[in-house]
Design a protein around this ligand. Structure first.
Ligand code: DC
Length: 226
């Protein structure tokens, strides 16, 4: 058993917000696995590596350096460069969804992610964290919300970041990503056995955090300090 909370679920369910809140409250490290796939995507776009070349992408995924620097927000470094904002563009999001389909890329990322959560004290988030990366986590959570609610949230985030998009565009993007993420043959989005299902529809992130914290303690996890 690993002293960790692993959170899985579809795009826009609020996984990163809730994972960040939980990590802060528990004094745990926050492992954003999606940011790692985004780094591979950015590195591929920059180096002109074709997104359909599994061998080259696998090599790239093995070679790049990815580091996290704790803070609010946590900062992400690719080969020593701060790419926290660069990996959030629509172009990189699309490319991340494509590169993450390749088993060679996933193998490299999963290997690194397992190393990072081996020692425990981690909240990790991303769609295979409960099934593949850390199935031994003390608490596994499947966080979900309706497609429309997830599109509304994603649109709000995009607008806050200064990007232009319509609700229909975002809804369509999320629908496509759901289909791709659920339909792929390697690590498709699925609910892990024993995972706590939390529907975040219409609930504040802090309330979602508190529900998960209660389940963590119920499962024998160390209560938050203070
Ligand atoms: O959670 P996110 O939007 O930052 O993830 C970016 C992409 O990477 C998304 O298309 C899903 C994929 N991903 C994955 O395949 N496995 C993970 N553990 C995390 C993300």
């Amino acid at each position: 058993m690993v002293e960790a909370i692993a959170i899985d679920g579809p795009a826009g369910a609020g996984k990163s917000t809730v994972a960040r809140l939980l990590a802060e409250r528990l004094g745990f490290q926050y492992l954003d696995t999606g940011a790692m796939y985004r780094c591979v995507a950015l590195a591929a776009l920059r180096s002109g590596t074709p997104l359909n070349d599994p061998t080259a992408l696998g090599r790239l995924a093995e070679e790049i350096r990815i580091e996290f620097q704790p803070g609010t927000p946590q900062r992400v470094f690719l080969n020593g460069e701060d790419v926290t904002d660069l990996i959030r563009t629509a172009e990189v999001s699309e490319a991340a969804s494509v590169v993450s389909v390749h088993p060679e890329v996933r193998r490299q990322m999963v290997r690194r992610q397992r190393q990072l959560c081996e020692a425990g004290g981690v909240v990790l988030e991303g769609r295979d964290t409960t099934t593949v990366v850390c199935p031994d986590a003390r608490l596994k959570v499947f966080l979900t919300a309706s497609l429309e609610e997830r599109a509304r949230r994603r649109l709000r985030d995009l607008q806050a970041a200064g990007a232009e998009a319509t609700f229909e565009e975002v809804l369509e993007q999320i629908r496509e990503r759901d289909a791709r993420d659920s339909g792929r043959s390697v690590s498709p989005l699925q609910r892990a056995e024993g995972a706590l299902v939390v529907d975040s529809e219409g609930i504040l992130p802090e309330e979602v955090r508190d529900r998960i914290l209660a389940a963590w303690v119920e499962n024998g996890g160390q209560p938050p300090p203070g």
